[in-house]
Every structure is written in structure tokens, then in C-alpha cells.
Design a protein around this ligand. Structure first.
Ligand SMILES: CC(C)(COP(=O)(O)OP(=O)(O)OC[C@H]1O[C@@H](n2cnc3c(N)ncnc32)[C@H](O)[C@@H]1OP(=O)(O)O)[C@@H](O)C(=O)NCCC(=O)NCCS
Length: 193
């Protein structure tokens, strides 16, 4: 098992796999309300069976090279994660996403973890365009996109039906050359190792 240190004491990024189903469910239970403000992840993981099924779907995406999910552990507790919901290596595109339970927010964990997976996608997998889709009201996630050097491209109006309402979705992205420039320019990069 490998773990990537995130440059904050006790914080590590590791693959999140079907055998973590119980731990994943407990984590989602701790963050159900907070995580579910703008995304349906908690609704997809109501119990142990669905938790395992969700992680199994990502295991299959990894096996077919069409997505990845990684967990963020803080002092041995699973507190969040980052993912590529979809990845198209032939096209050179991927859509990244993230979540945290509330006790882990405000520490830079997701920004640091996102840098690790975007580095991997760009430098090891030749991905050219990383997308970030976010509800217009989700300021913390929009702030992550900004910290990652992404550019806002536009708004997909009323794209996402969630909890009885249709949400406008902002599309942010970073292209491989922009990512390399951002990596070279941002001094906080040093801390991520
Ligand atoms: C989106 C979400 C993951 C953002 O969490 P976050 O804690 O704000 O993001 P980070 O882990 O990158 O941390 C950034 C915060 O840590 C602070 N921070 C401290 N050290 C930092 C560092 N070295 N680098 C970056 N940020 C740092 C930042 O100032 C920021 O805090 P602020 O918002 O008070 O200014 C979180 O709000 C969440 O889980 N929301 C629910 C699920 C969701 O909506 N996911 C996104 C779907 S698009």
C-alpha cells in the first residue's frame, strides 16, 4: 500500500478501495450534511452495501483507466478525498472532484491532494485538460479551483437537478501548459512534496 504525504502533519493521500467500505461509510456519516450541500455523494452512500458498490465502481474505473478515487487520511482517519470522476486518456481530458468531512476543512488538504492527482494526470498520463464542475453557490469549491490556477470558462445553466432544485454549474479548467506554469510560480507547491 502506498501513501503520499500531503505536507501537513499526519495527512496522507492513499488509494480508496472497496475494502475501505466500512471506513468510508463512517466518514460519510460524519460529514453527511456538510458534504451533501451541493453534491449527491452522501445520497449515493446511505449504507454499507452502497458504500462498497460505490468504491467498486471506482475500482472498475481504475481497471478500465476511466477514473480514480483517492482518500485523504488525517492521523489515521479517513476525512475526505479527491477523484477523477471521468478520465478519457485518448482525448486527454479528465474531470476532478473533491469532498471533506467538516472537521478536516480549512487546512488546505483538498488543494494539496488535488495537486498530487493533477500532477499525476498531466505528467504521468499525458492528460491535457482537467475540468472542475461546481455549483455556482459552492464558494469553498470555487476557491479550490482558483487556488489550483484554473480558469472559469462559463456556466451550464440549470444543468444539475439536486434535492428538488436545478443548479447552475460553473465549468473551470486548467490545461497542461498552464498547470506547469502554475506549479512553477506557486511557492506553496514546495510544501506538497
Ligand atoms: C469543497 C471543499 C472540499 C473545500 O474544502 P476546503 O477546506 O475549503 O479546501 P482545502 O482543503 O483546499 O482548504 C482550503 C482552506 O484551508 C486554508 N489553508 C490553510 N493552509 C492552506 C494551504 N497550505 N494551502 C491551501 N489552503 C490552505 C485556506 O485558506 C482555506 O480556508 P478558507 O476557506 O478559510 O480561506 C469542502 O468545502 C467540501 O467538502 N464541501 C462539500 C463537498 C463539495 O461540495 N465538494 C466539491 C464539489 S464540486
Amino acid at each position: 500500500m502506498y501513501a503520499v504525504p500531503l505536507g501537513i502533519d499526519g495527512a496522507e493521500l492513499r488509494p480508496l478501495e472497496p475494502w475501505h467500505a466500512e471506513e468510508f461509510l463512517h466518514h460519510i456519516d460524519r460529514g453527511r450534511e456538510f458534504i451533501g450541500q451541493y453534491i449527491g455523494l452522501p445520497d449515493v452512500v446511505p449504507d454499507l452495501e452502497s458504500s462498497r458498490a460505490h468504491l467498486q465502481r471506482y475500482a472498475e474505473k481504475a481497471a478500465t483507466d476511466t477514473g480514480r478515487i483517492h482518500g485523504i487520511w488525517l492521523h489515521g482517519t479517513l476525512v475526505g478525498g479527491v477523484l477523477f470522476r471521468v478520465m478519457d486518456v485518448a482525448q486527454g481530458t479528465a474531470e476532478a472532484g473533491c469532498w471533506l468531512e467538516p472537521s478536516a476543512a480549512g487546512k488546505g488538504l483538498v488543494t494539496r491532494a488535488s495537486r498530487v492527482i493533477i500532477d499525476w494526470a498531466v505528467e504521468e498520463r499525458g492528460i491535457h485538460r482537467i475540468e472542475w464542475l461546481v455549483s455556482v453557490g459552492n464558494e469553498p469549491s470555487i476557491a479550490v479551483a482558483r487556488r489550483l490556477g484554473m480558469t472559469k470558462e462559463g456556466v451550464l445553466r440549470e444543468l444539475y437537478a439536486y434535492r428538488g432544485k436545478r443548479h447552475d454549474i460553473e465549468v473551470w479548467s486548467v490545461l497542461a501548459p498552464e498547470w506547469r506554469k502554475h506549479r512553477a510560480a506557486d511557492p506553496r507547491e514546495e510544501a506538497t512534496g
